[in-house]
Write a protein that binds this ligand. Structure first.
Ligand SMILES: CC(C)(COP(=O)(O)OP(=O)(O)OC[C@H]1O[C@@H](n2cnc3c(N)ncnc32)[C@H](O)[C@@H]1OP(=O)(O)O)[C@@H](O)C(=O)NCCC(=O)NCCS
Length: 174
């Protein structure tokens, strides 16, 4: 089973008991402010997403990891890989994404998790190119992409919601 460890975090596949803490993260308007149309998700929607992420792992061998704090065993959020199907103009592509609950912000945890995922993507899965897409104005997400060494490639518009988006790219050194 795919599992990554960093000094402070364990990145692992999803379990049934992750639904409640992930639903609490998805119910926070501050967390969801820059995601899609900014609407929060309830427990049923969260459970459906987790089931879909697990199917991605089974079918593609990549997906979103549950991010757990090693010190407490608590779920902090997710980080991982997905196909940005909502943005056809950049396909084919694999997106590196992250979402943490508010108590976990501001400690470098998103960058720590995302670095481990990037290493997994490039070395373990042999991907040559990884993108990161975030809403223009999501300064924290942009800072994480920059700290990962990603290059700002373009700005575009969300096809469904109309807000400006920024695409960052990292290409593996050949
Ligand atoms: C984006 C997110 C994962 C960042 O988590 P984090 O653990 O705080 O990130 P890190 O601490 O690793 O790095 C955040 C960086 O952004 C900076 N930052 C955070 N909020 C900021 C703000 N409002 N304005 C400017 N910079 C900000 C921090 O200073 C830090 O940079 P630094 O290390 O150079 O000081 C977290 O804010 C989150 O989950 N947000 C909601 C979900 C989301 O928007 N996900 C991305 C969707 S594309």
């Amino acid at each position: 089973m795919t599992c990554l460890r960093t000094p402070r975090l364990t990145l692992r596949r999803w379990r049934e008991d992750d639904i409640a803490p992930m639903a609490a993260i998805n119910a926070d308007p501050e967390v969801m402010r820059w995601i899609g149309d900014g609407s929060v998700r309830d427990r049923r929607q969260t459970a459906e997403r987790i089931a879909a992420w697990e199917r991605e792992w089974d079918e593609r061998g990549v997906g979103l990891f549950a991010v757990e704090c090693r010190g407490t065993g608590r779920l902090a959020g997710f980080a991982g890989l997905s196909v940005p199907a909502f943005l056809p103009e950049i396909l084919p592509a694999v997106e590196l994404g992250w979402r943490l609950g508010r108590p976990y912000w501001g400690r470098g945890l998103a960058t720590e998790a995302a670095r481990a995922v990037l290493d997994f993507a490039l070395r373990d899965r042999g991907l040559a190119r990884v993108v990161s897409v975030h809403a223009v104005g999501n300064t924290a997400a942009e800072a994480v992409a920059r700290k990962l060494g990603m290059r700002r490639e373009r700005e575009t518009t969300h096809p469904a919601y109309g807000m400006p988006l920024c695409v960052h790219v990292l290409e593996a050194r050949s």
